[in-house]
Write a protein that binds this ligand. Structure first.
Ligand code: TRP
Length: 392
Protein backbone atom coordinates (compact mmCIF):
# COMPACT_ATOMS: atom_id res chain seq x y z
CA UNK A 1 0.00 0.00 0.00
CA UNK A 2 1.59 3.21 -1.08
CA UNK A 3 -1.36 5.54 -1.34
CA UNK A 4 -0.24 9.09 -0.67
CA UNK A 5 -2.01 10.66 2.25
CA UNK A 6 -3.41 14.05 1.33
CA UNK A 7 -2.40 15.75 4.58
CA UNK A 8 1.37 15.27 4.49
CA UNK A 9 3.47 15.74 1.39
CA UNK A 10 4.99 12.45 0.26
CA UNK A 11 3.62 10.40 3.15
CA UNK A 12 2.86 6.83 2.13
CA UNK A 13 1.17 3.86 3.78
CA UNK A 14 4.52 2.23 4.50
CA UNK A 15 6.19 5.35 5.82
CA UNK A 16 8.32 5.44 8.96
CA UNK A 17 8.87 8.01 11.69
CA UNK A 18 12.41 8.58 10.41
CA UNK A 19 11.27 8.84 6.79
CA UNK A 20 8.55 11.35 7.59
CA UNK A 21 10.64 13.62 9.80
CA UNK A 22 13.76 13.56 7.62
CA UNK A 23 11.70 14.51 4.56
CA UNK A 24 10.30 17.42 6.53
CA UNK A 25 13.84 18.34 7.57
CA UNK A 26 15.16 18.20 4.00
CA UNK A 27 12.39 20.52 2.78
CA UNK A 28 12.99 22.92 5.68
CA UNK A 29 16.72 22.98 4.91
CA UNK A 30 15.80 24.14 1.41
CA UNK A 31 13.54 26.86 2.86
CA UNK A 32 16.40 28.34 4.90
CA UNK A 33 18.90 28.00 2.05
CA UNK A 34 21.14 25.22 3.38
CA UNK A 35 22.97 23.31 0.64
CA UNK A 36 21.77 19.87 -0.45
CA UNK A 37 24.96 18.45 1.04
CA UNK A 38 24.40 20.04 4.46
CA UNK A 39 20.77 18.90 4.34
CA UNK A 40 21.82 15.29 3.68
CA UNK A 41 24.30 15.38 6.57
CA UNK A 42 21.62 16.74 8.92
CA UNK A 43 19.00 14.25 7.72
CA UNK A 44 21.42 11.38 8.42
CA UNK A 45 22.17 12.87 11.86
CA UNK A 46 18.47 13.06 12.71
CA UNK A 47 17.93 9.44 11.63
CA UNK A 48 20.95 8.26 13.63
CA UNK A 49 19.89 10.15 16.74
CA UNK A 50 16.35 8.72 16.64
CA UNK A 51 17.90 5.26 16.87
CA UNK A 52 15.55 2.29 16.53
CA UNK A 53 12.51 4.62 16.49
CA UNK A 54 13.49 5.93 13.04
CA UNK A 55 12.46 2.67 11.36
CA UNK A 56 9.15 2.45 13.20
CA UNK A 57 6.17 2.39 10.80
CA UNK A 58 4.07 5.51 11.14
CA UNK A 59 0.84 3.55 11.32
CA UNK A 60 1.96 2.16 14.70
CA UNK A 61 1.34 4.45 17.69
CA UNK A 62 4.15 6.81 18.80
CA UNK A 63 7.13 4.93 20.32
CA UNK A 64 6.38 6.44 23.75
CA UNK A 65 4.02 9.13 25.06
CA UNK A 66 6.72 11.81 24.99
CA UNK A 67 5.58 15.32 25.90
CA UNK A 68 8.13 16.79 23.50
CA UNK A 69 5.15 17.46 21.23
CA UNK A 70 1.38 17.27 21.67
CA UNK A 71 0.90 14.25 19.37
CA UNK A 72 3.98 12.51 20.85
CA UNK A 73 6.18 12.89 17.77
CA UNK A 74 9.70 12.88 19.31
CA UNK A 75 10.77 15.66 16.92
CA UNK A 76 9.94 19.40 16.73
CA UNK A 77 11.33 22.03 14.38
CA UNK A 78 11.92 25.73 14.95
CA UNK A 79 12.87 28.74 12.87
CA UNK A 80 14.73 31.51 14.63
CA UNK A 81 14.65 34.83 12.79
CA UNK A 82 17.78 36.96 12.76
CA UNK A 83 17.97 40.38 11.09
CA UNK A 84 19.58 40.49 7.68
CA UNK A 85 19.93 36.73 7.15
CA UNK A 86 17.90 33.60 6.47
CA UNK A 87 16.31 32.20 9.63
CA UNK A 88 18.19 29.51 11.54
CA UNK A 89 16.63 26.04 11.42
CA UNK A 90 16.74 23.95 14.56
CA UNK A 91 15.41 20.51 15.43
CA UNK A 92 14.55 19.26 18.91
CA UNK A 93 14.43 15.50 19.44
CA UNK A 94 14.27 12.78 22.06
CA UNK A 95 17.16 10.44 21.24
CA UNK A 96 16.00 7.80 23.74
CA UNK A 97 12.45 7.77 22.39
CA UNK A 98 12.58 4.14 21.27
CA UNK A 99 12.19 3.07 24.91
CA UNK A 100 9.56 4.12 27.41
CA UNK A 101 11.47 3.36 30.61
CA UNK A 102 12.87 6.73 31.75
CA UNK A 103 16.20 5.44 33.09
CA UNK A 104 16.90 3.56 29.87
CA UNK A 105 15.56 6.44 27.77
CA UNK A 106 18.02 8.76 29.51
CA UNK A 107 20.94 6.37 29.06
CA UNK A 108 20.19 6.03 25.35
CA UNK A 109 19.90 9.80 25.11
CA UNK A 110 23.22 10.36 26.81
CA UNK A 111 24.89 7.83 24.57
CA UNK A 112 23.48 9.49 21.44
CA UNK A 113 24.73 12.91 22.62
CA UNK A 114 28.19 11.50 23.36
CA UNK A 115 28.36 9.81 19.95
CA UNK A 116 27.29 13.03 18.24
CA UNK A 117 29.85 15.00 20.24
CA UNK A 118 32.62 12.51 19.43
CA UNK A 119 31.75 12.67 15.76
CA UNK A 120 32.24 16.45 15.66
CA UNK A 121 34.96 16.63 18.28
CA UNK A 122 32.90 18.42 20.97
CA UNK A 123 33.71 18.13 24.64
CA UNK A 124 30.93 16.82 26.91
CA UNK A 125 32.68 17.47 30.22
CA UNK A 126 30.05 19.93 31.47
CA UNK A 127 27.34 17.38 30.78
CA UNK A 128 29.40 14.61 32.39
CA UNK A 129 29.60 16.67 35.58
CA UNK A 130 25.81 16.67 35.82
CA UNK A 131 25.07 13.06 34.92
CA UNK A 132 24.44 11.82 38.47
CA UNK A 133 22.16 14.81 39.21
CA UNK A 134 19.86 14.57 36.20
CA UNK A 135 20.13 10.90 35.27
CA UNK A 136 19.80 9.05 38.60
CA UNK A 137 19.15 5.27 38.56
CA UNK A 138 15.38 5.72 39.03
CA UNK A 139 14.51 9.08 37.50
CA UNK A 140 11.09 10.69 37.92
CA UNK A 141 9.26 13.29 35.89
CA UNK A 142 8.02 13.82 32.38
CA UNK A 143 11.25 13.15 30.41
CA UNK A 144 14.92 12.29 30.80
CA UNK A 145 16.96 13.97 28.07
CA UNK A 146 16.26 15.90 24.90
CA UNK A 147 18.70 17.27 22.39
CA UNK A 148 18.46 20.14 19.91
CA UNK A 149 20.62 20.75 16.86
CA UNK A 150 21.10 24.16 15.27
CA UNK A 151 21.57 23.40 11.61
CA UNK A 152 24.25 25.86 10.53
CA UNK A 153 25.67 26.14 7.04
CA UNK A 154 28.73 23.87 6.82
CA UNK A 155 27.25 20.61 8.11
CA UNK A 156 28.41 20.91 11.72
CA UNK A 157 25.48 21.57 14.07
CA UNK A 158 25.55 23.43 17.34
CA UNK A 159 24.16 21.17 20.06
CA UNK A 160 21.92 21.82 23.05
CA UNK A 161 21.04 19.26 25.72
CA UNK A 162 17.89 19.53 27.87
CA UNK A 163 17.74 17.85 31.27
CA UNK A 164 14.92 17.34 33.76
CA UNK A 165 15.06 19.31 37.03
CA UNK A 166 12.42 16.97 38.51
CA UNK A 167 14.57 13.85 37.89
CA UNK A 168 14.95 13.42 41.68
CA UNK A 169 11.29 14.23 42.31
CA UNK A 170 9.40 17.47 41.85
CA UNK A 171 10.07 18.47 45.43
CA UNK A 172 13.81 18.42 44.70
CA UNK A 173 13.72 20.34 41.43
CA UNK A 174 14.88 23.65 42.93
CA UNK A 175 17.75 21.99 44.82
CA UNK A 176 18.77 20.08 41.68
CA UNK A 177 18.88 23.28 39.62
CA UNK A 178 20.80 25.14 42.32
CA UNK A 179 23.38 22.35 42.61
CA UNK A 180 23.79 22.06 38.82
CA UNK A 181 24.38 25.83 38.52
CA UNK A 182 26.90 25.65 41.37
CA UNK A 183 28.82 22.78 39.78
CA UNK A 184 29.14 24.81 36.58
CA UNK A 185 30.50 27.79 38.50
CA UNK A 186 27.32 29.91 38.48
CA UNK A 187 27.09 30.28 42.27
CA UNK A 188 24.81 33.32 42.30
CA UNK A 189 22.63 32.37 39.33
CA UNK A 190 19.91 30.60 41.28
CA UNK A 191 19.15 33.70 43.34
CA UNK A 192 18.79 35.75 40.13
CA UNK A 193 15.78 33.77 38.86
CA UNK A 194 12.39 35.54 38.98
CA UNK A 195 9.37 34.16 40.89
CA UNK A 196 7.87 31.13 39.14
CA UNK A 197 5.70 28.05 39.56
CA UNK A 198 8.03 25.29 38.38
CA UNK A 199 11.49 24.50 37.00
CA UNK A 200 10.91 22.87 33.61
CA UNK A 201 14.26 22.36 31.92
CA UNK A 202 17.97 22.74 32.58
CA UNK A 203 19.91 23.15 29.34
CA UNK A 204 23.53 23.23 28.24
CA UNK A 205 25.12 24.39 24.99
CA UNK A 206 27.70 21.92 23.66
CA UNK A 207 30.06 22.39 20.76
CA UNK A 208 31.23 25.37 18.81
CA UNK A 209 29.45 28.28 20.55
CA UNK A 210 31.10 31.68 20.95
CA UNK A 211 29.61 31.86 24.43
CA UNK A 212 28.11 28.54 25.57
CA UNK A 213 25.11 29.09 27.80
CA UNK A 214 23.63 27.34 30.79
CA UNK A 215 19.87 27.84 30.68
CA UNK A 216 17.10 27.49 33.24
CA UNK A 217 13.49 27.29 32.02
CA UNK A 218 10.65 28.30 34.33
CA UNK A 219 6.87 27.89 34.10
CA UNK A 220 4.58 30.79 34.97
CA UNK A 221 0.93 29.92 35.44
CA UNK A 222 -1.81 32.51 34.78
CA UNK A 223 0.55 35.33 33.96
CA UNK A 224 -0.67 38.80 32.98
CA UNK A 225 1.01 40.69 30.13
CA UNK A 226 2.54 43.14 32.61
CA UNK A 227 3.93 40.29 34.71
CA UNK A 228 5.38 38.70 31.56
CA UNK A 229 7.06 42.00 30.78
CA UNK A 230 8.70 42.11 34.18
CA UNK A 231 10.33 38.65 34.07
CA UNK A 232 13.59 39.59 32.39
CA UNK A 233 16.48 39.85 34.87
CA UNK A 234 19.47 40.30 32.61
CA UNK A 235 22.36 42.45 33.69
CA UNK A 236 24.37 45.19 32.07
CA UNK A 237 21.45 47.19 30.68
CA UNK A 238 20.88 50.89 31.25
CA UNK A 239 17.51 51.65 32.84
CA UNK A 240 15.92 52.91 29.61
CA UNK A 241 16.97 49.79 27.71
CA UNK A 242 15.58 47.62 30.47
CA UNK A 243 12.24 49.44 30.32
CA UNK A 244 12.16 49.07 26.54
CA UNK A 245 12.79 45.34 26.86
CA UNK A 246 9.99 44.96 29.40
CA UNK A 247 7.67 46.77 26.97
CA UNK A 248 8.74 44.51 24.11
CA UNK A 249 8.08 41.41 26.19
CA UNK A 250 4.70 42.70 27.29
CA UNK A 251 3.64 43.56 23.75
CA UNK A 252 4.94 40.22 22.48
CA UNK A 253 2.89 38.40 25.09
CA UNK A 254 -0.28 40.37 24.25
CA UNK A 255 -0.03 39.73 20.53
CA UNK A 256 1.03 36.07 20.80
CA UNK A 257 -1.71 35.31 23.35
CA UNK A 258 -4.37 37.17 21.34
CA UNK A 259 -4.91 39.88 23.94
CA UNK A 260 -3.94 42.70 21.61
CA UNK A 261 -6.01 45.85 22.20
CA UNK A 262 -5.37 47.00 18.64
CA UNK A 263 -7.51 44.28 17.09
CA UNK A 264 -10.64 45.32 18.94
CA UNK A 265 -10.25 43.66 22.29
CA UNK A 266 -8.79 40.36 21.22
CA UNK A 267 -9.68 38.02 18.43
CA UNK A 268 -9.32 35.29 21.00
CA UNK A 269 -12.60 36.05 22.73
CA UNK A 270 -14.36 36.57 19.42
CA UNK A 271 -13.18 33.35 17.82
CA UNK A 272 -12.33 30.83 20.44
CA UNK A 273 -13.36 29.86 23.92
CA UNK A 274 -10.32 29.28 26.12
CA UNK A 275 -9.34 25.60 26.32
CA UNK A 276 -9.90 24.07 29.77
CA UNK A 277 -6.19 23.61 30.36
CA UNK A 278 -3.63 26.03 29.01
CA UNK A 279 0.07 25.37 29.11
CA UNK A 280 1.92 27.96 31.13
CA UNK A 281 3.98 30.74 29.64
CA UNK A 282 7.69 29.95 30.05
CA UNK A 283 10.77 32.03 30.59
CA UNK A 284 14.36 31.02 29.95
CA UNK A 285 17.32 32.57 31.74
CA UNK A 286 20.69 32.08 30.04
CA UNK A 287 23.95 32.37 31.97
CA UNK A 288 27.28 32.79 30.20
CA UNK A 289 29.78 34.46 32.56
CA UNK A 290 29.51 34.01 36.32
CA UNK A 291 31.06 37.29 37.51
CA UNK A 292 27.87 39.38 37.46
CA UNK A 293 25.68 36.63 38.90
CA UNK A 294 23.04 37.72 36.36
CA UNK A 295 21.79 36.08 33.19
CA UNK A 296 23.01 37.50 29.87
CA UNK A 297 20.01 36.17 27.96
CA UNK A 298 16.24 36.04 28.41
CA UNK A 299 13.52 34.35 26.36
CA UNK A 300 9.74 34.50 26.70
CA UNK A 301 7.77 31.53 25.30
CA UNK A 302 4.03 31.75 24.64
CA UNK A 303 2.25 28.42 23.89
CA UNK A 304 0.22 30.08 21.14
CA UNK A 305 -1.63 26.84 20.34
CA UNK A 306 -3.54 27.12 23.62
CA UNK A 307 -4.50 30.73 22.90
CA UNK A 308 -5.66 30.48 19.27
CA UNK A 309 -8.58 28.66 17.60
CA UNK A 310 -6.49 27.41 14.65
CA UNK A 311 -3.08 27.75 13.07
CA UNK A 312 -4.31 30.39 10.61
CA UNK A 313 -4.72 32.71 13.59
CA UNK A 314 -1.39 31.61 15.13
CA UNK A 315 0.36 32.35 11.84
CA UNK A 316 -1.29 35.76 11.58
CA UNK A 317 0.06 36.64 15.02
CA UNK A 318 3.50 35.29 14.13
CA UNK A 319 3.48 37.47 11.00
CA UNK A 320 2.57 40.57 13.02
CA UNK A 321 5.35 39.84 15.49
CA UNK A 322 7.94 39.19 12.79
CA UNK A 323 6.93 42.52 11.23
CA UNK A 324 7.50 44.28 14.57
CA UNK A 325 11.11 43.09 14.47
CA UNK A 326 11.65 43.83 10.80
CA UNK A 327 11.56 40.20 9.67
CA UNK A 328 10.24 38.79 6.40
CA UNK A 329 7.50 36.22 7.17
CA UNK A 330 7.94 34.42 3.81
CA UNK A 331 10.20 31.64 5.21
CA UNK A 332 7.54 30.87 7.83
CA UNK A 333 4.82 30.28 5.20
CA UNK A 334 7.29 28.23 3.17
CA UNK A 335 8.12 26.19 6.29
CA UNK A 336 4.43 25.49 6.91
CA UNK A 337 4.06 24.16 3.35
CA UNK A 338 7.22 22.11 3.84
CA UNK A 339 5.69 20.42 6.88
CA UNK A 340 2.11 19.73 5.87
CA UNK A 341 -0.46 19.91 3.10
CA UNK A 342 -3.31 20.65 5.48
CA UNK A 343 -4.71 24.16 5.59
CA UNK A 344 -3.71 26.21 8.65
CA UNK A 345 -7.39 26.60 9.58
CA UNK A 346 -7.86 22.83 9.64
CA UNK A 347 -6.07 22.30 12.91
CA UNK A 348 -4.27 23.92 15.82
CA UNK A 349 -0.82 23.11 17.17
CA UNK A 350 1.34 23.20 14.05
CA UNK A 351 2.66 26.43 15.56
CA UNK A 352 3.41 25.25 19.09
CA UNK A 353 5.17 28.26 20.63
CA UNK A 354 6.13 31.81 19.69
CA UNK A 355 9.19 33.13 21.49
CA UNK A 356 11.06 36.40 21.86
CA UNK A 357 14.74 36.10 22.81
CA UNK A 358 17.08 38.80 24.06
CA UNK A 359 20.80 38.11 24.26
CA UNK A 360 23.31 40.72 25.37
CA UNK A 361 24.84 42.54 22.41
CA UNK A 362 22.36 41.15 19.86
CA UNK A 363 19.05 42.40 18.46
CA UNK A 364 15.89 40.62 19.74
CA UNK A 365 15.05 37.37 17.96
CA UNK A 366 11.61 35.94 17.20
CA UNK A 367 11.40 32.14 17.09
CA UNK A 368 8.53 29.99 15.81
CA UNK A 369 8.27 26.37 17.02
CA UNK A 370 6.73 24.09 14.41
CA UNK A 371 5.27 20.62 15.01
CA UNK A 372 5.91 17.61 12.84
CA UNK A 373 2.35 16.27 13.38
CA UNK A 374 3.60 12.81 12.38
CA UNK A 375 0.84 11.17 14.40
CA UNK A 376 -2.06 13.54 14.89
CA UNK A 377 -3.56 16.94 14.20
CA UNK A 378 -5.48 18.70 16.96
CA UNK A 379 -8.83 19.87 15.57
CA UNK A 380 -9.43 23.61 15.45
CA UNK A 381 -11.38 25.05 18.37
CA UNK A 382 -15.07 25.52 17.65
CA UNK A 383 -15.37 22.95 14.88
CA UNK A 384 -15.11 19.73 16.83
CA UNK A 385 -15.76 20.71 20.43
CA UNK A 386 -14.39 18.44 23.15
CA UNK A 387 -12.88 16.03 20.62
CA UNK A 388 -9.47 14.64 21.54
CA UNK A 389 -6.78 14.90 18.88
CA UNK A 390 -7.52 12.62 15.92
CA UNK A 391 -4.91 9.94 15.43
CA UNK A 392 -4.41 9.28 11.74
N1 TRP B 1 5.99 20.08 24.30
C1 TRP B 1 6.48 20.61 25.53
C2 TRP B 1 5.69 21.87 25.89
O1 TRP B 1 4.86 22.29 25.16
C3 TRP B 1 7.96 20.89 25.54
C4 TRP B 1 8.45 21.83 24.47
C5 TRP B 1 8.71 21.47 23.18
C6 TRP B 1 8.73 23.21 24.59
N2 TRP B 1 9.15 22.58 22.50
C7 TRP B 1 9.16 23.66 23.32
C8 TRP B 1 8.66 24.15 25.63
C9 TRP B 1 9.51 24.98 23.07
C10 TRP B 1 8.99 25.46 25.39
C11 TRP B 1 9.41 25.88 24.13
O2 TRP B 1 5.89 22.42 26.94
Amino acid sequence: MTATRPDAPGLTGTDTLGGHTTRQLLRLCEVVGLTAHDAEVYARTLTAMLGAAAARPLDLPPPNPTFLSDDHTPVEFSLSFVPGAAPTLRVLLEPGCAVGDLAQNGRLGLRAVRETAARWGFATDRLDELEDLFLPPSPEGPFALWCALELRPGGVPKVKVYLNPAANGRGHAAATVREALRRLGHHDAFAALPPHDRHLFFALDLGDWAEPRVKVYLAHQDLSAAEAGALSRTGGLPRAAEAERAEQNEEFFRIAAGQDEADGGGSETALAPAPAVRRPVQSCHAFTESASGLPSGFTLYVPVRDYAPHDGEALTRATVLLGRYGQDPAPLSAAVSALTDRGPEEGVGLVAYLALAHQQGQPPRVTTYLSSEAYAVRPPVGLLPAEPATVR
